[in-house]
Design a protein around this ligand. Sequence first.
Ligand SMILES: *Cc1c(COP(=O)(O)O)cnc(C)c1O
Length: 504
Amino acid sequence: MLYTSTRDSRVRVTAAQAIAQGISREGGLFVPESIPKFAPGELDVLARMDYIGRAEHILAKFLPDDGGAAAWPREEIARCARAAYEGSFASPAVAPLRTIPAGNGALSVLELFHGPTCAFKDMALQLLPHLLTASAAKTQQGKEIIILVATSGDTGKAALEGFRDVPGTRIMVFYPSEGVSAVQKLQMVTQEGDNVLVAGVNGNFDDAQSGVKEIFTDAALRATLAADGRTFSSANSINWGRLVPQIIYYVSAYCDLRNQRRLWPGEALHFAVPTGNFGNILAGYFAKAMGLPIGKLICASNRNRILADFFATGRYDRNRAFYTTLSPSMDILISSNLERLLWLATEGDSEAVAGWMQQLSGAGAYEIPPELLAQLRETFTAGACNDTQTKNTIHQYYNRYGYLADTHTAVALRVLEDYRNATGDASPAIAVSTASPYKFAASVLSAITGAEPGDGDEFAAVAALEALTGVPCPAPLKRLHEKEVRFTDTCSPWKMKEYVIEHA
Ligand SMILES: *Cc1c(COP(=O)(O)O)cnc(C)c1O
């Protein structure tokens, strides 16, 4: 199985190349040339496995052992899956399903936040470092990889945890000094590991991001590093190595629901997904294309409802106001992974996709033909929810069902309920939960008590939320303010390159 680019069908690379390279040279995203299908009975076999077994099985379908130099022996895939998911998640199920006795009793929540940073990014970023080092060993003579990350919050910490002490890698994370929450900052500056470095940038997220981009594109610096047996890489969300791990939990959730006898064989199952960059929900589309009996994929947006508008009208238009919301990880106007959906839905029409992406980077908008929109809407339905509705949903789910949802998960719960009310469709559904409520404790506490959030002390909110609800705070967040601060450096955006050279 080879991979091609969403913008140029002449591109053909191995899985290892796609992962090591991250993005295709003309700017397109890597996609598998064909999608592997489940054989009859295969899902029954998967249902008898644990999460790591399921992970190994699904990864092997996309990382072929085809005998070439870039082949993936099964034992190597098994090693990657164990390194990612064995012992690093607080739940033995890795991605457990919780059933909520909501209405007709057919609502489950897939909790993707039991990893070391308490947010769903861990599902991919615990595995990516192992896929990336294996890919570099196959394609780049095993050069040492230096991962550079500019982060506005969750990704930086999840990448740090994923890459910490992974042999053959170093990771440097830059965060905007004034642009992350107190919890997020403390999560990063207390990071353990011998190969990690964290620095604040005196500026906003765009300054940090531009600084990193400049370093990536500095040809002279690249050459110096290469001569020294090193190379830069990124843990960016458009890397195929971040998407493929996310297919696993859709399949795993289906298996768990079947095992719980909450689903008939072949019965359609809906998923509602809180969406920003379109990476999570796209993995669900891949699972469906492989033959998993998924009915609807319900795309849930916050007030930044660019995707809800796209699925309603066929027009993607980023010329609009940008809102900061209570669900900051979904405050996004460019949903990069939508490009892969368009490629899949047009059966690989890379010319059309390249055209739309050109219009997006130029005029900031594009429109797909009505037939294509109709086809997408056979699987996707979309909705949005503002901050008031988000808080009301947290309040309701806690009071009615005793379920404590974070601000991102609440968006999915709300949009799913709206869909069910509007259509009367009571098919079994899973709401995907992407963060621990304790990661956004002040907002969640205020939603439950009705009181205005306090003066911004997140740790006081964590303690109050725990005392009020009795739901235990995950250990990595609870112990955070007892941990030693290891990184205090800050630098100006124009000094980032110097900083990297000095510490590389
Ligand atoms: C990143 C993130 C999302 C959005 O996921 P996408 O793959 O970008 O759609 C939702 N919730 C949380 C908590 C996140 O960290």
